[in-house]
Ligand binder design. Structure first.
Ligand code: MG
Length: 425
């Protein structure tokens, strides 16, 4: 085989990243005697999507034409200037040293908010793009780089966005979820607009509010059990960390007969002692952590036994390897992981690589039931969920590729779309 020049690399890349077998072959030519690819980061570009909330897509480019694609969400707002700031840690670097680059950016920002929030979320998008890039460069799926696969299929739960028994469409919507084959779903029972609520600011639920919550759960349970064995479909319930201790503790006790998969954040997650108090007063499994960042955020939750289940958002808590580390830490406390997930099929498949690699995976969230058309067209591989499960792909990297024409239907109007930076190397 002829040695590869930079020009021939570019030609290969121009032929499209779908030509992955040829790409992997080329990578092996531009590599060390032990076949480690030689790559340098040349640019980082972004695009913004609004689907279930806001998603920031990031691509890390290299001198060999291949790029990695990452996605972050929720606290990704304000992430673009942060990613521009990260360029000084990334340009010219070897992208295969993923954890090194992660740690450089994290510790480089200790006075800039690198402990949580937007900084970590922006870093998360870059970290995921680097893993996608590493997988493509090495010709391996990301789960292989995270330690290998524990399971082939990832169980998904559907966030129903259907919790109002008074909604004339509710029964049809629940039937749709069952028809799609999900084995678990979730409803929200917090309601800022409940007429039984006496105060706009205080979140102590009145008796009327608690009655409404129980009615929603009973309705959902009845609909899920219709035409099948009882409790075959698991039900989780979210309170969004809004209520006070009195309410959180009371609801956790009152929902015990429903044998929930979990009750999510009956009180805010930032007071670990309060969460532990709720947990110690109920048999309902308590889940928390969708707004908790890094191992450092999850450490006190685990040490104080404040949750039965943790739910890091893999697209904001620090990325793929960081969430593997969080899961490993949880495993030493025999705590399972049910990641929060509201992102596109790209971020969802990235999460699935982590879920495949960890021993203590429980179930992964999916939040696009109201955006099925966009979900099914967002990546060239089509709908990655089949009967409530995702089969983890063996393709290199994350293993799914954005269909740009479809994805751009959800582009935030007026925002750049992976525009090259002028000073790109
Ligand atoms: Mg939630």
């Amino acid at each position: 085989m002829q040695p590869m020049t930079r020009r021939s690399w570019t030609r290969l890349a121009g032929a499209g990243l779908l030509a992955l077998p040829r790409l992997a072959q080329a990578v092996q030519s531009a590599s060390s005697p032990y076949r480690r690819p030689k790559l340098k980061i040349t640019d980082i570009r972004t695009a913004e999507i609004r689907a279930h909330g806001y998603q920031l897509h990031v691509r890390v480019y290299t001198d060999q034409g291949i790029y990695g694609h990452g996605e972050a969400t929720d606290s990704a707002h304000g992430g673009i200037p942060l990613i521009q700031m990260f360029r000084r840690f990334l340009i010219g670097q070897d992208p295969l040293n993923v954890d090194y680059l992660f740690e450089r950016i994290r510790t480089g920002g200790i006075f800039a908010g690198a402990q949580a929030g937007q900084y970590v979320t922006a870093l998360t998008a870059v970290e995921i793009a680097l893993w996608d890039l590493a997988g493509k460069a090495l010709g391996l799926p990301v789960y292989q780089l995270l330690g290998g696969r524990m399971r082939d299929r990832i169980r998904i739960y559907c966030d129903s966005q259907t919790e109002d028994p008074g909604d004339p469409q509710a029964e049809a919507k629940i039937a749709q979820i069952k028809g799609l084959g999900f084995t678990a779903c979730k409803i929200d029972i917090d309601d800022a607009a409940d007429p039984a609520r006496w105060d706009k600011v205080n979140w102590t639920a009145s008796n009327g509010e608690i009655d409404s919550m129980l009615k929603k759960i009973a309705f959902m349970r009845e609909q899920l059990d219709k035409g099948g064995p009882p409790r075959r479909i698991d039900l989780a319930v979210d309170m969004h960390g809004r209520y006070d201790m009195t309410t959180g503790r009371r609801v956790a006790r009152e929902v015990e007969p429903f044998k929930l998969l979990f009750l999510e954040e009956p009180v805010p997650a930032e007071n670990v002692d309060a969460m532990r108090d709720v947990r110690e007063n109920t048999t309902t499994p308590i889940c928390c952590g969708e707004n908790v960042f890094l191992r450092h955020g999850f450490r006190p939750i685990l040490e104080k036994r404040a949750a039965d289940i943790i739910m890091p958002d893999i697209q904001k808590a620090g990325g793929l390897l960081e969430c593997r580390k969080i899961a490993d830490m949880a495993h030493t406390y025999y705590v399972p992981v049910a990641p929060h997930c509201v992102v596109s099929p790209i971020g969802t498949m990235a999460s699935c690589h982590v879920c495949a690699a960890i021993p203590n995976f429980l179930v992964l969230e999916w939040h696009w039931i109201q955006r099925l058309e966009l979900w099914r067209s967002f990546v060239k591989e089509g709908d990655i969920i089949d009967k409530g499960f995702v089969t983890v792909t063996d393709r290199p990297g994350i293993g799914v590729e954005m269909d740009e024409e479809a994805a751009r239907k959800a582009q935030v109007p007026g925002t750049p779309w992976f525009v090259p930076n002028k000073e790109a190397a």
